[in-house]
Design a protein around this ligand. Structure first.
Ligand code: PHE
Ligand code: ZN
Length: 882
């Protein structure tokens, strides 16, 4: 056990929730903006809860208090106290107006929370980030999401330096002031919590479009960025319009202000932020053009633009009562975004991508010491809970409920949820209650999913009784213990299933009380530790296709024979389960190589894929997915005492076997047939071709390196867009091809002034496998373009190295850990949120083999022992070491 840093505060607990003793109905904020100092006057219209006898307490951090008045009278120094980030005031009454004036230092704010400067002092702009608790860095306020107020915001600044002044809400006037200054006012009529406040001020360019909502409201949509990238905002503007239409058509949700502003910044801790009427985006999720954006990034821009827009209803109009309910807005909004993206693109591919992410990020989180429930019961630093569990697992929980209610039932439930909770700060119970009541179903058993950490294991066993033509499927569940939760309850697990005959066709289902007779797909729900489901009139011993579409976020344990998985991989019509069968089979093949077991699984996997490879009708993108076995992190999760170097080597040899089985000639021929068309097709067909082309090239490189490297070099030179160019660069660099250095130098020169493209240049090199990675990372740290101050750049180099390059980071000598821990300490002094997030790369340390495990523990313990560690990093390290 390591001691926690002494300043670590007591945890905040869900069970301690009390409604606010003081509310604020209306806020007037006046800003005098400047780069070095800004001043903020806040007038709060207060409301007291009669039932509570508490003094007025306001949150405030890092504020220089200039003046304070209550109901127009200056407060005597004895009538207020400011300590430990709380301002306590005597004499406030129901209806009082409190006015404070404070001074801030935006340019000195490296944590990127509150009011800060993006870019340089000369050319950059000012902006705010308030979720979760940034507003208290701007002014004194009850900074909690259940205090909803209307906002009137007046911005004043030098016109020359800050020509553009924006805040959330509708524009309400502009004007000139003396001394070359000007002002602009915004009024937001929708009561909102403080975390949704935002302002932006500086030199920005825009593109805009008129939009009329389905209910007839005229809206100006405006995208803002610095001048040099404004022509890269068009794709995002199109995506925004698609998202708005989709939400009107799918959920009858219309936008509710006269303007919708979106701003791009290169300095941002997260992906993007849904501030009411003024979304702020990490440029990575807003800017796109064929020359510097990959296909995957295009889809990510569309998804994040939609996600933030959807928050206007799931998050803003209906917000969260407290931060424990974070998944109420995030899980729901991720689910809405996933449904949107599935409608805009290929639904099975989207599902495959989302489940891959869930496994890579959430299952690993849930299997380590940072495991926590979708609704945690306590936290020290809320910023540490913007996790894959809250977002991705949270979305899976919504998906299960949606599946249970069916399309119309879910829509009915969502209508009820929005109607009942509009303008309120709600809980996860409110959500389940509304959905349940609209459908006369009790959804309260689903709450068990929200309160338990850990991924449930679902065991499936099939027994075929040939004489009686009966198939009995026995399902059982078990969730392993996690920190603080030694015993888990069973959760309701919906299992969508089909049964396959030996010829690869689905058999009709006859299941008492479940499927309508003759249907080939059904859903059974396991809500107890174990249950058997009996299928009648089953003509032959079937192969079950279970958890179709990934109907529940569980780990399925089913002792399929390799040829049964191969049958599903070849024939399943559920695109997701087809891929899934391949993943299972590949994992079994991997185990066989590792343990020197029999060859059945590797042979079955390679044979099935070699056959599919020649099938003309298979979608290119799906084939590329089928040809990709689980990643090194997922494979590491399958075993104790993991040795990442060995896992990397074994996975490579598995891929090599696949490549040999398909054959160099076939791979080469396929590559040629996919080679770049003259026009860049950004549609699904073009994306699929590029994805498969990359996969084929990677496979070819394993068995005919010389030819593959020549092809990659040519592809790099002739590429029409970033996807092909980066894929080629990656093949050359990872395989240490002689052509790699020239390509890297070219890329570096070509994209010297494009920050997002340069991030990719750092990322490619941070992923060089094995021993050489560390020296490369160290060399890149000395690059003039590297800086710890920019989160995207720090993530590109250090985050990629630690989280996406297991064989490079987890060196047996521990040198990767030592370097990384040192950087975390430096980062922590600048930006605690980023330091804490990157530190989660250590989460899997307990499953490493003993030498690495000890080296990792040592590096973390030393870091935790340093003085003045942030609450963010202290909590993460403390939890990982517990
Ligand atoms: N609420 C943002 C989103 O998911 C994420 C975010 C959290 C951004 C905290 C900034 C700070 O859409
Ligand atoms: Zn969100």
């Amino acid at each position: 056990m390591s001691a926690r840093p002494e300043h670590t505060p007591a945890p905040t607990r869900l069970s301690d929730y009390r409604p606010p003793a003081w509310r604020v109905d209306a806020v007037q904020l006046d800003f005098d903006l400047g780069i070095d100092t800004s001043e903020v006057t806040a007038r709060l219209q207060l409301r007291r809860d009669d039932a509570q006898d508490e003094p007025l307490r306001l949150d405030g951090e890092g504020l220089e208090l200039l003046s304070i008045t209550l109901d127009g009278e200056a407060l005597a120094p004895t009538a207020w106290r400011y300590a430990d980030h709380v301002l306590e005031i005597d004499g406030a009454r129901d209806g009082s107006v409190l006015e404070t004036r404070v001074r801030l230092k935006p340019a000195a704010n490296t944590a990127l929370e509150g009011l800060y400067l993006s870019g340089s002092r000369e050319a950059g702009f000012l902006l705010t980030q308030c979720e979760a608790q940034g507003f208290r860095h701007i002014t004194f306020f009850p900074d909690r999401p259940d205090v909803l107020a209307t906002y009137t915001v007046t911005l004043r600044a030098d016109r020359e330096r800050f020509p553009i002044l924006l805040a959330g809400g509708n524009p309400d006037g502009t004007g000139e002031l003396e001394g070359g200054r000007h002002w602009a006012r915004f009024v937001d009529p929708h009561p909102k919590p403080s975390y949704l406040f935002a302002l932006v001020a500086g030199r920005l360019e825009k593109i805009e479009r008129d939009y009329t909502t389905a209910d007839g409201h005229a809206v100006k949509l405006v995208m803002w960025s610095e001048a040099n990238v404004i022509d890269r905002c068009h794709y995002a503007l199109d995506a925004l319009e698609r998202a708005m239409r989709w939400d009107e058509q799918t959920y009858d949700r219309n936008y509710d202000l006269d303007v919708f502003h979106v701003v791009a910044t290169h300095d941002f801790n997260m992906g993007a932020m849904e501030n009411k009427g003024l979304n702020i985006f990490n440029a990575k999720y807003l800017l796109a053009d064929p020359d510097s954006t990959t296909d995957d990034e295009y889809r990510a821009v569309e998804a994040v633009v939609a996600h933030e827009y959807f928050h206007n209803w799931s998050g803003n109009r209906v917000t969260c009562r407290d931060w424990f309910q974070l998944s109420l807005k995030e899980g729901l909004t991720v689910f809405r975004e996933q449904s949107f993206s599935a409608d805009m693109n290929s639904a099975p591919l989207k599902r495959i991508e989302d489940v891959s992410l869930l496994r890579r990020a959430q299952f690993t989180e849930d299997a380590g010491p940072l495991a926590h429930p979708v609704r945690p019961s306590e936290y020290r630093e809320i910023n540490n809970f913007y996790t894959a569990t809250v977002y991705e697992k949270g979305s899976e929980l919504v998906r299960m409920t949606a599946g249970r209610l069916g399309r119309d039932g879910f829509r009915r439930g969502m209508d009820r949820y929005f109607e009942r909770n509009d303008g309120r700060a709600a809980t996860i119970e409110d959500f389940l209650t509304a959905l349940g009541e609209a459908n006369d179903i009790d959804l309260s058993p689903n709450l068990a999913w929200y309160g338990q950490a850990g991924t449930p294991r679902l065991k499936a066993r099939g027994d075929y009784d040939a004489a009686r033509h009966q198939y009995t499927l026995t399902l059982s569940q078990h969730t392993p213990p996690s920190h603080g939760q030694p015993h888990k309850q069973p959760v309701p697990i919906p299992v969508k299933l089909a049964l396959f005959g030996h010829d690869g066709r689905m058999l009709p289902l006859h299941l008492d009380g479940q499927a309508a007779a003759g249907e080939t797909e059904s859903v059974v729900v396991l809500d107890q530790p174990e249950h058997s489901f009996v299928f009648r009139d089953v003509a032959e011993k079937p192969v079950p296709s279970l958890l179709r579409g990934f109907s529940a976020p569980v780990i399925l344990e089913c002792d399929y024979a390799p040829h049964e998985l191969a049958l599903l991989l070849t024939h399943d019509v559920d695109g997701f389960n087809r891929w899934e069968a391949g993943q299972q089979l590949a994992a079994r093949a991997f185990d066989a190589l590792r343990d020197g077991g029999d060859d059945a699984a590797p042979v079955a996997w390679c044979d099935a894929l070699a056959a599919l490879f020649t099938l003309a009708e298979l979608d290119d993108a799906l084939l590329a997915g089928l040809l990709t076995p689980p990643g090194e992190l997922e494979l590491a999760d399958r075993q104790p005492d993991a040795d990442p170097a060995r896992i990397h080597a074994l996975r490579q040899s598995l891929l090599q076997r696949l490549a040999s089985r398909i054959g160099a000639a076939a791979l080469h021929a396929r590559y040629q047939s996919l080679a770049a068309p003259t026009e860049l097709d950004l549609g699904a067909a073009g994306q699929g071709m590029r994805r498969l082309k990359r996969r084929v090239l990677e496979l070819l490189a394993l068995i005919d390196a010389e030819r593959a490297h020549a092809l990659a070099a040519a592809q790099y030179d002739n590429a029409h867009g970033m996807t092909d160019r980066l894929a080629a660069l990656d093949v050359l660099v990872r395989n240490q091809a002689t052509q790699g250095d020239a390509a890297l130098a070219h890329f570096r020169a070509r994209y010297d002034d494009n920050a997002l493209a340069l991030d990719k240049w750092f990322m490619v090199q941070a992923q060089i496998p094995g021993e050489p990675a560390l020296a490369r990372v160290q060399a890149l740290e000395a690059d003039p373009k590297f800086t710890l101050k920019n989160p995207n750049r720090a993530r590109a180099l250090l985050g990629t190295f630690a989280s996406a390059n297991p064989s490079g980071f987890h060196r047996a000598d521990g040198a990767g850990y030592v370097l990384f821990a040192e950087r975390l300490a430096q980062l922590d002094a600048l930006n605690p949120q980023i330091a804490a997030r990157l530190a989660t790369a250590f989460n899997g340390w307990k499953r490493l083999e003993p030498v690495r495990r000890e080296a990792a523990r040592e590096a973390m313990a030393q870091l935790l022992g340093r003085p003045a560690l942030s609450r963010n990093l202290g909590e993460i390290l403390g939890n990982m070491l517990q």
